[in-house]
Write a protein that binds this ligand. Sequence first.
Ligand code: CA
Length: 345
Amino acid sequence: MFKVMALAAGLFCAALLPVSGARAQAITDDHVVIAHRGASGYLPEHTLPAVALAYGMDPDFIEQDVVMSKDGVPVVMHDIHLDTTTDVAKKYPKRHRKDGRFYAIDFTLAELKTLNVHERVDAKTGKQVYGARFPLEYGIFKIPTFEEEIKLIQGLNKSTDRDIGVYAEIKDPAWHRSEGQDISKAVIKVMEKWGYGTRESNGYIQCFDWNETKRIRNELKYQGRMVQLLGENSWKIAPNVDFDFLKTDEGVGEMAKVVDAIGPSLDQVISGLSEDGHAVMTPTLVAAQRRHLPVHVYTLRADQLPAWAGDFRIVMTAVFDDAGIDGVFTDFPDQVVDYLAATPE
Ligand code: CA
């Protein structure tokens, strides 16, 4: 009898223990942790080491921002410009445009691969944006292609028996088209090739350009999960998109017909704390929750807190416990995963 019970216990443990990722996913089941640009709080954003480090922190997804090379290869970079995260100005001093900026789309993949990636600097001052992060002078990293990054994630999914997902943002699709490249088609092609073409697959496509989101769904017939990102009209990031409308109850209703979740900024969902210290939710958040439209908020940074929060824990409590927000983009996935693991659902 004891032997049978021990065997049963052993089987039970075997079913639970080896799959540490499955455990972490169970803990954060109701909350989606997206490693923003990899573990970008600790290593330069969108480098493969930052992806590997993020992976080890057990997020649900790792985020990719995608732009195109001159020869039509989707690469993982946040900006259409190269000068704030690479040494392009040193290696190719004459290859800037009239505005003084260096554009990824003016360089072939082979040329992009010669660049070293470093911590982000301010385009105007040249100073490191987040001073306490990885030293700027250690620019020992390379730009990955979108496929290389997926290979790293899927390879780790195999070797660690987990299923951490891919969460790709299509950057400036209208601008890419004006430069002769259809970035949405290129990203969809890679997503579908690697198994992220259905709602059951562990992937998302996100975009700020609402017109492009509708095109991806309705014209390009992408069947995977999609997120509409919300910006502000003053940022001028998506031509002919009225974010003031999208933030209204009616706008949220329109988005709910097309996408699986929305990605607002923290300011757009929590306006501050009440006198008794709880998050004050915005009408946009209330509208999304009324429609059961999941909200993935950007960006939770331990080293850049909103004015109303004295420490990072206050932000996480406001987001998850007070506001009931479904998911977060964070530069510090380890701290969010730890917080959620320690907090009863
Ligand atoms: Ca992004």
